[in-house]
Design a protein around this ligand. Structure first.
Ligand code: GUN
Ligand code: ZN
Length: 434
């Protein structure tokens, strides 16, 4: 069987971080590019004439003027919230109590968890997302369901059991000890198995007692190659609540720091309303922050200072935050990131937006040596973007003078119709039935 595949198109190539230096030095698009895949790896990225000559035996997939990019990496999602995405009228705490917790309760049924995991992953792939870092529910079966469904699809994913031992309804609380024990058993089962990585996951300080945060901090110290994901400083009312629950803490971040939940493999979602001390500490420790722009406007949270945080060299990822976010699409998420940056006085360049959705998110998850970049030695998770996927986009890109102007309307107005093809671990995905 021929294991070499040659994909021809325009190629999105990165060699640095366009958030911390000139984007022109970090990102380029080769208008006559090609990617050579062997088994599940990218083996070369070069001009199409060169690779046609050097790999004459490869199966050729000619994508014309479509853009070949790394698959999108969604750095913060809640797959159990798939069925309640776009729920009306609430801000964070009411939204959790009204919509989220009742739905998460349903995942105590492993069959329902499997159904939602499959539905979520198929929707994500339809939208060009090949890797995500997901929360689950308190039920260990929800973690198994997710990793099993991801393995069936060959996807690289990160997830962990969401731990909560207070301020959640009956049936949706564990304890400090059971959170520790179940997380430990799950990470032993999944961390490093195939393409799975485990993230120790206290939901957020309001739903964990100090004892639970300490137990999970101790677990992370035992397994430091795991990520640790949680939420930080999303809404003012939430921050006030944290202040009441942790009267001795210096700030929200300190509620994690005091329990060993900070470090360079920490991934904090939202991080909108940060104090200077928190920013300094995050920058010092190398922890990553994840921008969830559709969620931050949908739930009414606020405008994250992406450009300012980037100047502190804090690793930044981009995420849908399904289902607090209002879309499964990283294209729609880039549009929201652009709009929020504009409201803060910065115009993010399309090169920066695309980087955040691929290599930047991969870096925030410590997966940047494996995914998120089109280069030799990377895993072959690729998507093909049609840059004229709707009449509205096509008529705008037809007027473009540069490739970036051609791409930008797809970032602003594109959706799953722009995803012309998806490759996962070197395998072309069959067209979705949906
Ligand atoms: N904070 C704690 N849990 C959640 C959640 O499920 N979604 C969002 N957006 N914020 C949270
Ligand atoms: Zn979240």
């Amino acid at each position: 069987m021929n294991t070499q595949k040659l994909l021809l198109g325009q190629t999105f190539e990165t060699s640095g971080n366009p958030m911390t230096g000139p984007w022109q030095d970090a990102v380029r698009i080769n208008s006559a590019g090609a990617v050579l895949i062997e088994n599940d790896q990218i083996v070369r990225v070069a001009d199409r004439d060169t690779l046609r000559r050097d790999a004459p035996q490869a199966d050729v997939h000619d994508y014309g003027q479509h853009l070949i990019c790394p698959g999108f990496v969604d750095a913060h999602v809640h797959y159990p919230q798939t069925a309640i995405i776009a729920s009306w009228g609430k801000q964070l705490i009411d939204w959790l109590n009204t919509y989220t917790f009742p739905e998460e309760m349903r995942l105590h049924d492993p069959a329902y968890a499997r159904q939602i995991a499959a539905r979520y992953l198929d929707l994500a792939l339809d939208h060009g997302t090949t890797t995500m870092c997901s929360y689950t529910t308190i039920h260990p079966g929800s973690v198994d369901a997710f990793f099993e469904a991801a393995a069936t699809r060959g996807m690289r994913t990160v997830a962990g059991k969401t731990c909560m031992d207070r301020n959640a309804p009956d049936g949706l609380r564990d304890t400090a000890q059971s959170a520790y024990d179940e997380s430990k058993a799950l990470l032993a089962r999944w961390h490093g198995k195939g393409r799975a990585q485990y993230a120790i996951t206290p939901r957020f300080s309001p739903t964990s007692t100090p004892e639970q945060l300490s137990a999970l901090g101790a677990l992370w110290a035992e397994y430091p190659t795991c990520l640790m994901q949680t939420h930080l400083s999303e809404q003012p009312a939430e921050i006030d609540w944290v202040r009441q629950l942790f009267p001795d803490a210096r700030d929200y971040l300190d509620t994690y720091e005091a329990h060993g939940l900070i470090g360079d493999r920490a991934v904090y979602g939202h991080a909108i309303h940060l104090q200077p001390r928190e920013i300094d500490r995050i920058a010092e420790t190398g922890a990553a922050l994840v921008h969830c722009p559709t969620s931050n406007s949908f739930i009414g949270s606020g405008l994250m200072d992406v450009a300012g945080l980037a100047t502190r060299r804090i690793p930044l990822g981009l995420a849908t935050d399904t289902g607090g976010g209002s879309s499964f699409s990283m294209l729609r998420t880039m549009a929201a990131a652009y709009e929020i940056a504009q409201l803060r006085g910065t115009a993010l360049h399309p090169a920066q937006l695309m980087w955040l959705a691929t290599a930047g998110s991969a870096r925030s998850l410590h997966l940047h040596t494996k995914i998120g970049t089109l280069a030799a030695g990377y895993e072959a998770d690729l998507i093909i973007l049609d840059l004229a996927s709707t009449p509205a986009i096509a008529q705008r890109s037809a007027e473009a003078d540069t490739i970036w102007e051609t791409l930008f309307p797809t970032l602003m107005m594109g959706d799953d119709r722009a995803i012309a093809d998806v490759w996962v671990a070197g395998q072309r995905r069959a067209a979705s039935s949906g």
